[in-house]
Design a binder for this molecule. Structure first.
Ligand code: ACO
Length: 382
């Protein structure tokens, strides 16, 4: 029976390395991650076919409605996005109240929570997913401008999602190249199986809570450096390494003293992350000079990890080239992780909708390892 299967899996999960590695926690038709061969599929389509030829709005349509949009469907969805581009007064007041030193990821989480308090009622719907996804760039750009002492800008309805985000940050119509680069990034990061933040969103949804609560929780999970918090740390690492001549010694020292190289290793991929392959090509095109160094460090790191951590199969993950790509479109380091959220909210909301469509409360068990028969003493005897 099902309960016997889950019992067996619980026991093996605690016996091996933990972290629910290898445990199947849900069924999904949204995306498939194949770690051994480095393949990622969104609803049947290989990520390599989508990465540089589609825009983010096509991908959200695919994830939410189950098929790629035709021209008319895409235009309709883009119109929906454009009409949702407003920030309610209570969210504005909340953003203005945050000190300029607030991390943008915290500002985004707080804005989504404030928005949910006034805008969301009832069971999660695709309309709510659209309303929320459309607003992520607005919340972030508004906060980014406020912290720089500038007033937030009005969205431009004629701009697509990626272009409007860049416009709201800078006040300038972005170049075609920047829009293309950011679109590729948003497409590549939109969904990724049962990653920690998606699992978080599904757990909250499984209690029949609302969509904004699911998404607030997911933002919290994405923030940590073992998940979405790594790209600015990749940038810090590369800056610290400085030059290719110093890279070999730096990497050896770091790995042999137990440090983790940011942008390497993955729970599921045991080969190069296919998203990293796409981002690597984009980084090569965007900045040929910078690329020589980034690629050089990557090759050295893989070789040294193989030597010092044999058999662990540590390769480049999506975060390594995310930093280079986002910097090349003009984003600041502390906007890297929230921009990951601008993309992943599409997948989170698709998973919330999938979860409640066929819901059973997600509620695993823990293996208790403490004592069970201590003698109780009343307070005045302790
Ligand atoms: N650098 C050096 N050694 C590493 C690295 C790394 N980046 N990643 C894993 N290892 C080593 C571990 O030290 C461990 O070695 P051991 O067997 O000697 O103890 C072994 O490889 C297995 O590592 P775990 O930490 O058990 O692997 P896990 O699946 O739990 O972690 C994770 C995966 C969190 C991504 C990890 O590789 C890591 O911390 N990477 C660096 C941070 C990073 O790049 N995060 C972004 C992840 S991608 C994303 O979320 C979008």
């Amino acid at each position: 029976s099902n309960s016997q299967i889950s019992q067996k899996e619980t026991t093996s999960a605690t016996k091996n390395k933990g972290g629910l590695e290898g445990i199947v926690a849900a069924t999904t038709a949204i995306s498939k991650v194949e770690g051994e061969i480095g393949r990622l599929i969104y609803r049947g389509y290989n990520i390599h076919d989508l990465a540089r030829t589609t825009i983010f709005e096509e991908i959200v349509h695919l994830l939410w409605f189950g098929h790629l949009p035709n021209k008319r469907e895409l235009e309709q969805l883009q119109e929906r996005f454009a009409t949702e581009r407003t920030i309610p007064e209570n969210v504005m007041v909340t953003l203005r109240s945050l000190p300029a030193s607030t991390e943008p990821m915290d500002a985004l989480r707080t804005a989504v929570s404030a928005w949910g308090a006034v805008a969301i009622q009832g069971k999660p719907t695709i309309d709510q997913a659209i309303a929320l996804t459309a607003r992520f760039p607005l919340f972030l750009a508004a906060f980014d401008r406020l912290r720089r002492g500038l007033e937030p800008l009005e969205s431009k309805p004629e701009l697509g999602h990626a272009a409007n985000y860049l416009y709201l940050l800078t006040g300038e119509i972005p170049s075609e190249e920047h829009v293309k680069g950011l679109n590729a990034y948003l497409v590549l990061l939109a969904d990724h199986g049962m990653n920690a933040s998606t699992f978080t969103a599904r757990i909250v949804a499984s209690t029949e809570s609302d969509i904004s609560s699911s998404i607030v929780a997911a933002i919290g999970a994405l923030k940590g450096p073992l998940h979405g918090g790594a790209p600015s740390k990749v940038q810090d690492m590369l800056r610290e390494i400085g030059t290719l001549e110093k890279a070999d010694a730096w990497i050896r020292e770091a790995v042999s003293t137990g440090k983790k190289l940011m942008g390497f290793g993955h729970r599921v991929y045991k080969t190069t992350d296919p998203r990293a392959e796409e981002l690597r090509e984009m980084a090569r095109l965007a900045d040929a000079n910078g690329f020589v160094f980034t690629r050089g460090v990557e090759e050295l790191a893989i070789a040294i990890l193989e030597e010092l951590k044999p058999g662990r199969r540590l390769y480049t993950n999506v975060e390594y080239y995310s930093a280079a790509l986002m910097a090349s479109v003009g984003l600041k380091g502390d906007l890297f992780t929230p921009t990951f959220a601008v993309s992943r909210v599409a997948g989170w909301s698709a998973h919330v909708l999938e979860q409640i469509n066929n819901n059973r409360l997600i509620r695993p068990e823990a293996e208790y390892t403490g004592p069970t028969d201590l003698a109780f003493k009343p307070l005045n005897e302790r």
